[in-house]
Structures are given as C-alpha cells and as structure tokens.
Design a protein around this ligand. Structure first.
Ligand SMILES: [Cu+2]
Length: 173
C-alpha cells in the first residue's frame, strides 16, 4: 500500500468517525432523555403537567438556583421574555409543541435542541447582566427567521423583589 492510498484511507476513517460524533447530541441525547421518561405529550402541554401556562417562566429554588420552563413552538418561545438572576445556575427545561427547534442565546455558546415529545434539560449560567436575544437555530418552517425572544439577566438582589408575574414575562417591566 502506498502513501496516497494510506492517506485516502485515513481521511475516510476520519470522515466516518465524525458521523457518530455529530449524531450523539442530535439523536442519542434526546433519545436517552426520552427513554429515561423525560417525555411529554406535545398535544396536551397546555392542559396538564409541568408545561401548563402558569408554570412557565422562572422559578426560584431553595439553593439559590433557578428553574426555567419554556415551550418552543412555530414560531415563538413561550414565555416570550424571561428574567433570570445573574451568576446563578439556571436549570432550563424546554419542550416543543410541534417541530424540532434549537434555542440559542446570542453572546453565549449555549444551544439547546428542542424536540416534540421530550423534555430537553440543560444547565446554564449568565455571567453578565443584560439582555440576551434568543434565536431559533433549527429551520422549523416559514416563520423560522422571526422566531426569537429575549432573556433579561438582572442583578441577583433584584430578582427576589420581582412579582411572580414579572418573572414569567418581561413585558410588564
Ligand atoms: Cu425555528
């Protein structure tokens, strides 16, 4: 075998090894979540369970962290604007009511794949206060390019002074 063939073989082996690497987050992680019971019925999200309307938004946990629950659907994220305190762990739980979406936060590297039928959960943290645009990065239909919302990251001492309603949506502020 000459060097040329060996190089071709090596490049093929490298290219093929990328397939399991990319499919891990796209397929295996959501599948694992599903198999572990993190599944929800996308058609009845608003009727019962964790993702009913008054349970969405930011909830303060006793250890100082917060839990954020959101729904992605064509073509918006609900709540449209959320408030979180700066510098604390944010446990994000999000599911889709229809297509596959991907929630990203401008100015950070975080990206959360959102699939109907399963709950995607991830932990993030915003090191700086300010407004972060959230953008859908998975083409999900005609209105995809308008699918964006906002996270307001507020000082840690300001967050507990907010009314429960103000934590769910920033529109009131
Ligand atoms: Cu989208």
């Amino acid at each position: 075998m000459n060097w040329r063939k060996l190089r071709t073989l090596f490049l093929w082996a490298f290219a093929l090894s990328l397939i399991p690497a990319t499919r891990y987050y796209q397929i295996d992680v959501p599948l694992l979540h599903f198999l572990r019971g993190h599944h929800v019925d996308p058609l009845s999200l608003h009727l019962a369970g964790e993702f009913v309307e008054n349970n969405l938004g930011t909830e303060q946990n006793s250890d100082g962290s917060v839990t954020v629950r959101m729904i992605a659907q064509q073509y918006l994220f609900i709540p449209h604007c959320i408030v979180v305190p700066v510098g604390v762990p944010v446990h994000l739980r999000i599911t889709s009511a229809d297509a596959v979406h991907s929630l990203t936060f401008n100015g950070t590297d975080d990206a959360v794949k959102v699939l109907p039928g399963t709950v995607s959960q991830t932990q993030l943290q915003f090191p700086k206060a300010g407004d972060y645009k959230t953008v859908c990065r998975e083409f999900c239909g005609a209105g995809h390019y308008a699918m964006r919302s906002e996270v307001k990251v507020v000082p840690r001492d300001q967050f507990p002074t907010l009314q429960p309603g103000e934590r769910g949506t920033c529109a009131a502020q």
